[in-house]
Design a protein around this ligand. Structure first.
Ligand code: NAD
Length: 482
């Protein structure tokens, strides 16, 4: 194992293997305290073109490098990330706010993609197919797609980067990363560890910017970029996809969700409530697979709400650096405004406030974990991602109604089902229009499975061998005259 890197905090961007400063800088702040953690370069179109040029220059050598060597370099990066797990977790909690235990979990989760794709790099295979004539053979080669632009959100500052970069690098593609403006420090620390691990100059580049549109425009329109992989909100994803159309760039989009969590009368109540806590309140409700709607059957409705309220009362709000805290601050005041607007709208239309509902006494962007009962489909929480610690509970009567309610959204990322009856589980699972379904389980992300959504939740998958194929193109070679 490698030694810990003395100081992983870096306040320079990373282009072509060099640490790049700029006269214009912007502040990265701790959402728990409002303190400035660092000032990082505020870059624009010129630097974006420099990074693309560096990536393009690195591409021929990187793609020709034997897969085993790419795998070793990825493995070295993985080891550095894990050796620096605690420092990375601290940095992530400082700039993003999530509880330190969750940050440690994210480092391990994010690193698992590097480890997995280091292994997969050696297994990228083409095929030979029967020819369409006696003198012909068909060869199908799987080749790296080329320069990749990765645009990532603030809610998983590390894992959303490794989920894209590890398969891209394994496939032989260099990457230009544009991390979220709220959380660039984790991205820069990852680049520093990649540099330490010996990844060649230009293979990974990180551009920081306070306003993303200018860099985003270059990354989505420059013909040298062959693929854009974006994780973030659906409106931004749609705009980037439209920008990609001009150069017919491939795009993978991991967008918003509106996850239903369906609890049937025959569910194990305690297991359902534990799953509900995990799927709703992780990262204070700021994950794309967080439950947005609890759909609970008549017979278990009151018991579920009572038990859920008891467990919510045990959550501890505070600075994520304190070990016993389970709920950190929300990312910014806009997030608080949205949470409050959703609660006010629901209450004005008849929802019952069971607990929470107010900003937390700690002030800033801390908010009380909130439970709303008797929520109905005319309320904003039914249609929009709240992205905060609000659990709205809807009531349903039978399976058909549960499926119809669960699917009544333009999103289709993750869905959760708690039940015991085998036939019911199977029928509901088949009826759900979602990219991912968790049965009697509140957490489903793993590098081993294809993560992604349907409908307006996105295009493409991350994780598993499917995630690697997103960074490859098929080349059909017709061998004639044999
Ligand atoms: P966001 O769309 O505001 O920002 C995401 C990234 O896009 C950031 O890096 C941002 O700087 C950049 N960006 C914004 N406008 C841009 C533009 N015009 N051009 C180029 N880049 C631009 O999203 P967010 O608030 O950072 O993240 C929260 C959203 O992400 C939620 O909707 C959540 O559901 C979604 N998300 C989805 C997944 C998934 O896997 N499906 C995972 C995490 C988060």
């Amino acid at each position: 194992m490698s030694q810990p890197t003395p100081n992983i905090l870096t306040d320079r961007a990373y282009i072509g293997g060099e640490w790049r400063d700029s006269e214009r800088r912007f502040a990265v702040t701790d959402p728990a305290t409002g303190e400035c953690l660092a000032q990082v370069p505020d870059l624009g179109a010129d630097e974006a073109r420099d990074a693309i040029a560096a990536a393009e220059a690195a591409w021929p050598q990187w793609r020709r490098r034997p897969a085993k060597e790419r795998a070793s370099l990825l493995r070295a990066w993985f080891e550095r990330v894990m050796t620096n797990r605690e420092a990375l977790a601290q940095l992530m909690t400082l700039e993003q706010g999530k509880p330190i235990a969750e940050s440690r979990g994210e480092v391990a989760y994010g690193a698992s993609f590097i480890e997995y794709y280091a292994e997969e790099a050696k297994r990228i295979a083409g095929e030979t197919l029967p020819g369409h004539g006696a003198d012909k053979r068909i060869l199908v080669m799987r080749e790296p797609i080329g320069v990749v632009a990765a645009i990532t959100p603030w809610n998983f500052p590390l894992a959303m980067i490794t989920r894209k970069c590890a398969p891209a690098l394994a496939a032989g593609c260099p990457v230009v990363i544009k991390p979220a403006e709220a959380t660039p420090l984790t991205a820069l620390a990852l680049a520093k560890l990649a540099d330490d691990a010996g990844l060649p100059a230009g293979v990974i580049n990180v551009l920081t910017a306070e306003k993303p549109a200018e860099i985003g425009h270059v990354l989505t329109t420059d013909p040298r970029v062959r693929k854009v992989s974006f994780t973030g909100s659906t409106p931004v994803g749609k705009r980037l996809l439209a920008q990609c159309a001009e150069t017919v760039k491939k795009a993978s989009l991991e967008l918003g969700g509106n996850a239903p969590f369906v609890v049937f009368d025959d569910a194990d109540l305690d297991a359902a409530v534990e799953g509900a806590i995990a799927s709703k309140f992780r990262n204070s409700g700021q994950t794309c697979v967080c439950t947005n709607r609890f759909l609970v059957q008549d017979g278990i409705y009151d018991a579920f709400i009572a038990r859920f309220a008891e467990r919510i009362a045990e959550l501890k709000v505070g600075n994520g650096l304190d070990d016993d805290v389970t709920q950190g601050p929300l990312i910014n005041t806009a997030a608080i405004d949205k949470v409050q607007a959703h609660i006010a709208d629901a209450r004005s239309k008849g929802a019952r406030l069971v607990c929470g509902g107010e900003p937390h006494a700690l002030g800033g962007t801390f908010f009380q974990p909130t439970l709303l009962a008797d929520v109905t489909e005319d309320m904003h929480v039914a249609r929009e991602e709240t992205f905060g610690p609000v659990a709205p509970v809807f009531r349903f009567t039978d399976e058909a109604q549960a499926i119809a309610m669960a699917n009544a959204t333009e999103f289709g990322l993750a869905a959760y089902v708690y039940a015991r009856d085998y036939r019911r589980i199977w029928q509901v699972m088949e009826g759900l229009e979602y990219g991912m379904v968790a049965i009697n389980e509140g957490l489903l992300s793993t590098e081993l499975a294809p993560f992604g959504g349907i409908k307006e939740s996105g295009l493409g998958r991350e994780g598993s061998h499917h995630g690697l194929e997103e960074y490859t193109e098929l080349k059909y070679v017709c061998m004639g005259g044999l």
